[in-house]
Design a protein around this ligand. Sequence first.
Ligand SMILES: Cc1cc2nc3c(=O)[nH]c(=O)nc-3n(C[C@H](O)[C@H](O)[C@H](O)COP(=O)(O)OP(=O)(O)OC[C@H]3O[C@@H](n4cnc5c(N)ncnc54)[C@H](O)[C@@H]3O)c2cc1C
Length: 423
Amino acid sequence: MPPTKVLIIGGGLSGLALGQCLRAANIDFEVFERDRDEKSRPQGWALTLRESLAGIYELFPKDMPPLEESTSLFKDLSASDHDLAGLLSKKDKVSFGGVLYNTGELLAEINASERNDIEHHWFRVDRTAFRQWLSHGLQITWAKEFVKYEETDCGVRAFFADGSSTRGTLLIAADGAHSRCRNQLMGPGNVVLEHAAGGTIRGDFNVTREEYRELLQKGAAVLTATSPEYHFFMGPRFFSNKDRTGTYYWAVTWDNRDDPRIKAWTPDTHGDEARQMALELCYDLHPSLRRFIEQTSGDELLDSKVQLLQWAPDVDRLPGRRVTLMGDSLHTMTPFKGAGANTALLDAFDLAQLIVHAGEKGVDVSKVIPVYEATAVPRGRETKEFSKSASLQPDPTHWSRTMEKVFAAGYKWEKLDLEKVAI
Ligand SMILES: Cc1cc2nc3c(=O)[nH]c(=O)nc-3n(C[C@H](O)[C@H](O)[C@H](O)COP(=O)(O)OP(=O)(O)OC[C@H]3O[C@@H](n4cnc5c(N)ncnc54)[C@H](O)[C@@H]3O)c2cc1C
């Protein structure tokens, strides 16, 4: 039996998390990433670490820098602004506000700091800082674009766009929502990503210290307003310590592709035209929120090509012998439950524990694939469905009323009971 070597395709959140768990267990692995380096591609909005936190603390190497201090979206603010630090460390550290779209009335608010045990602890991370943190101490081969693999009974070989190739005993496709590896594994034409919304228009706007203080006081880590016709949400992206400004995003999504106000919209629509469509669609959004769309200039409208897509396999066992999927490549979901990254990390934790277990038992590492998929595939499918249902609703109070339930529902990290795992 050849010694275990894990090839990880994709150095995004789940690929790096798997790398860290394998590093902690001294298992041989390599991470291949298409990006030139960890900062070469903007990482988008902040995200909330929640159900994956306990696994990070349990399975990552002990030499990792402190997580919250290194990655919190509010870390620079807290360090420089003692007044605000007090506010952020108390009531409004992370809160989700659900607002009635046409009155601006706050219907529901969830504050993480009310629940400070590890199981209920959440915090908002800056995505770039989190990816950098996940890269700590890892050997990552950057600028390495995977193109295809070949599987045999005793190994797997990955091929790259630069003409090189490498061999391993297991290949984990952590190459995201548009996974190339998944297309090969599932067969050409068998993966059709479904559009989870008719379209999305997004914008960024800058705020002064006074403005972000006011927004943070309202508890707006994420503020959402759902009408029967659209879903509006906004939140902070990052803060500049130097000039004490903040950058917030807003986004509006809709379902009805035939709505005359946005009928002409395509993923290429941008600038003032897109802003005008957003304003027309959100004609009845309360002025306290609508003003953010009004304030955004055409130049600050973001690329609308980022689509809300969803997909999960409808079979529980994938066809790979030494190849499997992890994270967004296995379950692509909308961001409305904030579960994509957390679920991707749960996949990485399960896989890592099983790979270590196979090593300890001296069995071929490919044996872990069916055991892993038996949990990860249905979990991903269910979470994808839940994320969709947390989206557009005919009843505008639904999302706010059920926010607590939506965030509480779903899978939490649990250490695998390896005594019971037969491989
Ligand atoms: C707007 C938005 C907000 C979100 N908010 C949240 C949130 O609050 N909470 C949450 O849990 N989730 C959230 N998510 C979801 C989260 O971003 C994803 O679920 C998560 O990034 C998935 O991790 P991953 O490792 O599977 O994929 P990714 O992080 O996308 O990483 C995939 C990596 O593979 C690389 N790659 C792709 N193709 C190749 C190739 N051919 N060769 C080599 N490398 C390749 C890519 O460059 C990338 O680095 C949000 C998503 C969006 C769009």
